[in-house]
Design a protein around this ligand. Structure first.
Ligand code: CA
Length: 224
């Protein structure tokens, strides 16, 4: 499991990362809301520990923006305050759970376990759509007995499309989640979609990435 920690009190951020890594999870810490949002949009994390009071974007704004952009990673919010309104606002913004500082290591780990379990498939090591399977560890895309390896960005684009099932994913959404607001343009998205189309054809899949003008992409299955 890969946990993102967003907390501006560096001692606390590093302590949380330490607790999480002692429990054999991978942890990355960032120290402000904007960096937190950029990291979280990558979709690489199984859960996010997010402080409410942060410089730049605060925790509620970060989780609100994540949800707006379709990132469903479970979020555990931290606050120094105990008021009910804080809790309600955090949950309204899209957080999954709430914890008041200070807290015990065991409580943090128990809540992270509960959050990732709630997601249903923490131990998920592959995603499937129709006749294709994407291995989340090796980045291999396969159909029947044919396999092709995906590069980092191809993998991330394909994972988002597959986990969206047949829903439309916009170019902007892919840009934000895969490129994280860097210099990339929509041309990059188009290029990677074109690589993926070739790879899907190469492994003989019936799955195709359909372009919906002005809307984005979605996976469709064409007659076997
Ligand atoms: Ca703080």
């Amino acid at each position: 499991m890969n946990i993102l920690v967003v907390e501006d009190e560096r001692n606390l951020a590093d302590a949380i990362a330490h607790i999480v890594s002692e429990a054999s999870y991978a942890a990355e810490a960032v120290y402000d809301g904007n960096a937190g949002l950029r990291a979280a949009l990558s979709g690489r994390y199984d859960a996010i520990v997010l402080d409410v009071m942060l410089p730049g974007m605060d925790g509620r704004e970060v989780v609100h923006e994540l949800r707006r952009q379709g990132v469903a990673t479970p979020v555990l919010m931290l606050t120094a305050r105990t008021s009910l309104s804080d809790k309600v606002e955090g949950l309204d913004a899209g957080a999954d759970d709430y914890m008041t500082k200070p807290f015990e290591a065991d409580e943090l780990l128990a809540r992270l376990r509960a959050l990732t379990r709630r997601r249903g498939d923490v131990m998920l090591d592959e995603v499937t759509f129709a006749d294709v399977t994407l291995d989340l560890a090796t980045h291999d895309l396969s159909c029947a007995d044919k396999t092709v390896h995906l590069s980092g960005k191809e993998f991330e684009v394909m994972r988002i499309l597959m986990s969206s099932s047949s829903r439309v994913v916009s170019k902007q959404d892919l840009l934000a989640r895969v490129w994280g607001g860097s210099e990339a343009s929509e041309n990059s998205v188009e290029a990677y979609v074109s690589f993926l189309r070739k790879k899907l054809a190469h492994i003989g899949s019936t799955v195709q990435i359909t372009t919906l003008r002005m809307l984005g992409y979605r996976l469709e299955v064409f007659g076997a």
